[in-house]
Design a protein around this ligand. Sequence first.
Ligand code: PMP
Length: 393
Amino acid sequence: MADIFTKCREFTRAKEIMAMGIYPYFTEISSAQETEVIIDGRNVLMLGSNSYLGLTCHPKVKAAAAAALDKYGTGCAGSRFLNGTLDIHRELEERLARFFRKEDALVFSTGFQTNLGTISALVAKNDTVLIDRLDHASIIDGTRMAFGKIKKFIHNDMEDLDRVLSLCNENGKLIVIDGVFSMEGDIARLPRINELAKKYGARIMVDDAHSIGVLGKTGRGTSEHFGLESEIDLIMITFSKTLASIGGCVAGDESVIHYLKHHSRPLIFSASLPPSAVATVMACLDIIEEEPERRERLWNITHKMQSEFTGMGFDIGKSETPIIPLFIGDMEKAFMMRKLLFDAGIFVNPVVPPAVPPEQALIRTSFMATHTDPQLDFALETFQKMGKKLGII
Ligand code: PMP
């Protein structure tokens, strides 16, 4: 008789990487998520955070979180559907709906759940969901939970999207894409996606996890970046990156949000976002509006790092954002590069298959508005040294 745990005992890959001394995951950090963090008592430069505007320790954000903790306590002890909706959940939803120029919005407890709960509720038996091959795991899992058909198109390839749409029937269609692709740092071709959606009668949902506060003149994301806010049907975000918290939200037409409130299982059957997390998001939205210089600084850093890395001979692929991958290819070499950088005092995230296609392992660097020039210069010097050492450049 087969033992269901056999596969666990036979899973040796991670332990082999540990034995080689280059295992990079679950690293313990004993300080706040800022440009420098403390690991094993050492100060390490953080080039792997998604806190793009550097707001996790902003005094106004911390004060708002503390005030909410004081007033409402630590948790809601229930789902939004039943006992877990606070007045500030609703206030945040109304604020986010206004921010995204939509009729309404719905707050979930994580971004992952937002994608699961939105896609699985909307894509019914005879519908089709169309996704980019490099969409985030939460989108892919959302499609797996849905009862409709799943069709994938080649990453950012609009001819392929056209082809795939032409094969769909007359039933409902939803195109779901990352606004900014989380590993590659390139931007979805929203204008063409919008044209194709209109041609075939499909709806569009954009995952703006990495775009909120980053893209667009006022930080409203990918659709603002392209001037397409009134065309995009659903905007999804997470609170776990620029918004320095945890949670997620989807914004769209009132009827769609109302439907999700009554059909989305990850919303209905999971506890609601804690009050301090809600207040954090509201304070971060204030700062996105009040301190546009943060976004400006982030983009200056992005352009500087993109051109410096490219000048050194690194392959940054098609990055157009503060997510700048350095393509390495071989997985062990990516782990080695991460280890050399770490020993030299820099934290980066290695990304290996299956998160990226085979032989396309990369080092994902990501930048924060609060990185200083000396920190960036130190990073460039170190990357060049280690890149040469490993024969990457
Ligand atoms: N979408 C994208 C594109 C993401 O990068 C992430 C987080 N890695 C999520 C959704 C899920 O967000 P959360 O961390 O809030 O679960």
